[in-house]
Ligand binder design. Structure first.
Ligand SMILES: C[C@H](O)[C@@H](O)[C@@H](O)[C@H](O)C(=O)O
Ligand SMILES: [Mg+2]
Length: 432
């Protein structure tokens, strides 16, 4: 039988003008335009099946990721899906170790984001081919198959292939928290309204952006704590704004509002700094959460080894796709650290729900201290948007990795030629 091949890769720069409404704003990223480098893998299959993948960006720079994806396409185009997935570890290694491109990573930065987008499309294609949502494809794999997707290079001192095989059990659903109410650029009135609405919808866990101004943070935290009451959970996110000691003293000032975690208190690369912050805040019952900017499994390994985080935030589009995320989920299990994924952005909720549902069913088997981020933006552009009920992610049922965008959204928001951007330029609202 002739094997079906991947015959082409197209990549599009898609941007949403979210900065106009301050959506997504935090203490470091004050004007994000939520964007994606969006990959489509064409095949010669008779049913015309395609794979869709993306990585998340903040506007400018998406064109650089697009370039990196084009540079990686030589590893994918012309290959049979069957050959790729039968040796997924080898294929992962091939992408991450391209003898020339590796120099501008390795396994980090733009090249890693590009790897995520390409591999996310491959996983979508595979799940569609099997007629299953991605989480089910993962759950149905034997432990040996799963582990064969992981590149253990550089993490065998923390987790070996043999250990990974012991970590499977079965269960099931997924609690979410919301970040949508309290972006840094939102005025108090907007914050109050969004928070009141969210409480009515059943949300019980809320994240607030902090880090630009202590007085302002205290006011916003008080406002939210008063609204949500003492029982609901509050998380803080500083998006890398502080020095290590500054983080400790700043968070101590906010401790009266009883947050359970401080997210990204300092440089995302400062493992020992995070360890120091963790140690100083532990007596206050505040943990450190990080991961959205953690660029590969080796970094996560060291965060775990150094007791530098208490909540681990995987990201579906920053690590090397499902393959690398699997290794991180298994390490988190071994170190007994709850995984609370980063989501939001463009499509991050759609993708990461598959990984966390799989984590619950097959790896952690626990919901204790666990929840997945939810942000209420841009879902309408996806063909299979997330379904939230009672502040929980309902497991997706459609085949694939929920990565596919609506063709009309792709054409309207394409940067810079899409209708939306051209209109903003005509109206003098932005300059390109
Ligand atoms: C620029 C972005 O909106 C970030 O602020 C966002 O990803 C955030 O850190 C989060 O945790 O959701
Ligand atoms: Mg964050």
């Amino acid at each position: 039988m002739v094997k079906e091949k991947i015959t082409g890769l197209t990549v599009t720069d898609i941007r949403f003008p979210t900065s106009l409404g301050h959506h997504g704003s935090d203490a470091m990223h004050t004007d994000p335009d939520y964007s994606a480098a969006y990959v489509i893998l064409e095949t010669d299959a008779s049913d015309g099946i395609k794979g869709y993948g993306l990585t998340f960006t903040l506007g400018r720079g998406t064109e650089v990721v697009v370039c990196a994806i084009k540079a990686l396409s030589r590893h994918v185009v012309g290959r049979a899906l069957e050959d790729i997935v039968n040796n997924f570890r080898g294929f992962y290694r091939e992408l991450s170790s391209d003898g020339q491109l590796r120099w501008i990573g390795p396994e980090k930065g733009v090249v890693q984001l590009a790897t995520a987008a390409v591999l996310n499309a491959v996983w979508d294609l595979w799940a569609k081919k099997e007629g299953k949502p991605l989480w089910k494809l993962l759950v149905d794999m034997t432990p040996e198959q799963l582990v064969s997707c992981i590149d253990f290079r550089y993490i065998t001192d923390a987790l070996t292939e043999e250990e990974a095989l012991e970590q499977y059990m079965l269960k099931n659903g997924y609690p979410a928290y919301t970040t949508s109410c309290a972006w840094l650029g939102y005025p108090d009135d907007q914050l109050k309204k969004l928070c009141t609405d969210a409480l009515k919808e059943g949300w019980t866990r809320f994240k607030v952006k902090v880090g630009a101004d202590l007085q302002d943070d205290a006011r916003r935290c008080k406002l939210i704590r008063d609204l949500i009451g003492p029982e609901n959970k509050l998380m803080l996110d500083a998006n890398q704004r502080w020095e290590v000691n500054e983080a400790i003293s700043w968070v101590k000032e906010l401790a009266v509002f009883k947050p359970i975690w401080i997210e990204e208190p300092t440089s995302p690369d400062d493992i020992l700094g995070h360890a120091a912050i963790s140690k100083a805040l532990a007596p206050l019952g505040i943990g450190v959460a990080t991961g959205e900017q953690c660029h590969n499994r080796v970094m996560f390994k060291q965060f775990l080894q150094a007791h530098a985080l208490q909540y681990l935030q995987i990201d579906s589009c920053r690590l090397g796709s499902v393959n690398e995320n699997l290794s991180v989920l298994l390490m988190a299990k071994k170190y007994n650290i709850p995984v609370c994924p980063h989501a939001g952005g463009v499509g991050l909720c759609e993708l990461v729900q598959h990984l966390i549902i799989f984590d619950y069913i097959s790896v952690s088997g626990s919901l204790e201290n666990r929840m997945c981020e939810y942000v209420d933006h841009l879902h309408e552009h996806f063909k299979y948007p997330v379904a939230i009920q009672n502040a929980s992610y309902m497991p997706p049922k459609d085949p694939g990795y929920s990565t596919e965008m609506k063709p009309e959204s792709v054409s309207q928001y394409q940067f810079p030629d899409g209708e939306i951007w051209q209109k903003l330029v005509r109206e003098g609202k932005i300059e390109i």
